[in-house]
Design a protein around this ligand. Sequence first.
Ligand code: PMP
Length: 478
Amino acid sequence: MTIDIDEVKRVEAAKARAAAASRRPSVILHRTPFVPPVAVAAEGIYVDLADGRRVIDGVGGAAVAAIGMGNKRVIQAIKDQAEKMSYIYNAQCSNEAAEELAHLMIEQSKGAFELVGFVSGGSEAMEGVIKLARQYFYETNEPKRRNFIARKLSYHGNTIGTLELSHHMARRIPYEAILDHEHFHHVSPAYAKRHQKANETEDDYVKRLAQELDDKFKELGPDTVIGFVAETVVGATAGVVPPPKGYLKAMKRVCERHGALFILDEVMSGMGRMGTMHGWETYGDGATPDIQAVAKGLGGGYATIGAVLLNKRVADGIKQGSGWWQHGHTYQAHPIACAAALEVQKVIMEENLLQNCRETGQYMKELLIEKLQSPNSPASPYVFDIRGNGGFWGIEFDIPPEQDFGRNMKMRKRFGALLQAKTMEKGLICIAMDGGADGVRGSHGILAPPYNITREGVESIVDIFADSVEELVKEVLL
Ligand code: PMP
């Protein structure tokens, strides 16, 4: 037997770190109800934990790691930029990396967009979208427009403004009393699998949703509405819900009819995640947004960065008005973040990763169906839906109400929470959550590997995920 010295050293070092960590409890205010394990290193889809375990990240954090971790080109670009210029205040100077990245993004959009604004992440981008959309009407002499229409079953960020736009009840509840209910309104989600009626065609369902939006415009007064906002593909609330065919186009038409803006949140579903640069290239049937937010896949996790993209109408309105974006944040267009994102985007293009993302995505779908929906699988009666595209897959479960552990138990005992813990125990990081809000009963899991995942990588992820589901079903449902 040969001994891998490097592996022995890695495990020994990890044990020493774990011993040190156990003597020193965490004093971080974590965003989970439990103290999460400490990750110490990551490469590709592999993450080393302080306790010496190596796990696979099957969801790229939160659909962030677009090209996996530890990419040498991006690391070099970050080093080069840090040496050249680590920071410059965007209110005083622009910088080369930001300028080049903006040009690249405009070129990639094939005419859809004319201007880009950079911020530090998804919530900041969506907060910026809310303000930009209002600013547009303020500057184009329609100051009466003050209402947003978003959707139930949506998530647009965790700042106060973006929570007002969102209908993610679990995240809103503690703040409900201080959220603005006057200017933020919500219509039905586009969630065919649960809400399309049995006697309704997809086309009829879309018409019903468009009619509801039109009615909401009329109820509020069409000339008071700033815009309609939707995630191109729902992410955080229901485990990957793509829109029905023709939906985005129909909703855009309603906005156009009333002179309002059609706004897409592609923080999670954009920048290649669906196997196309923008989610609307897969689902829009030609409908492009007036304003769009992107974030996660833009920097791929190498930098905290998000962006707002403006089409000609909005860009012209702003240019002819004040000419600037009234949304000043200290780290806007941060040079190191922009240099990192620029290199991530070059890697995606030069290595043809969107094609790989589409191909491996279909393979992931096939494997998920084969393993979780085969008649031999004990899990199959509880698997309600497997859906997605490219590198974004949702697996929704149907847990019978009498066994939906949420009713009398703490969140942590529900199927999704248990599944997340189970996959981690077996060596896979995934996102698994529980429903309840907005008519989503089923718990769900999300898988979102990097666009350069191999077929073997897909197999490892699906194997652990499916084994975990089956084991959990046997433990708690059978
Ligand atoms: N919009 C959508 C659609 C998201 O999925 C998220 C994050 N999951 C956000 C906004 C907020 O992004 P961030 O967490 O980077 O602030």
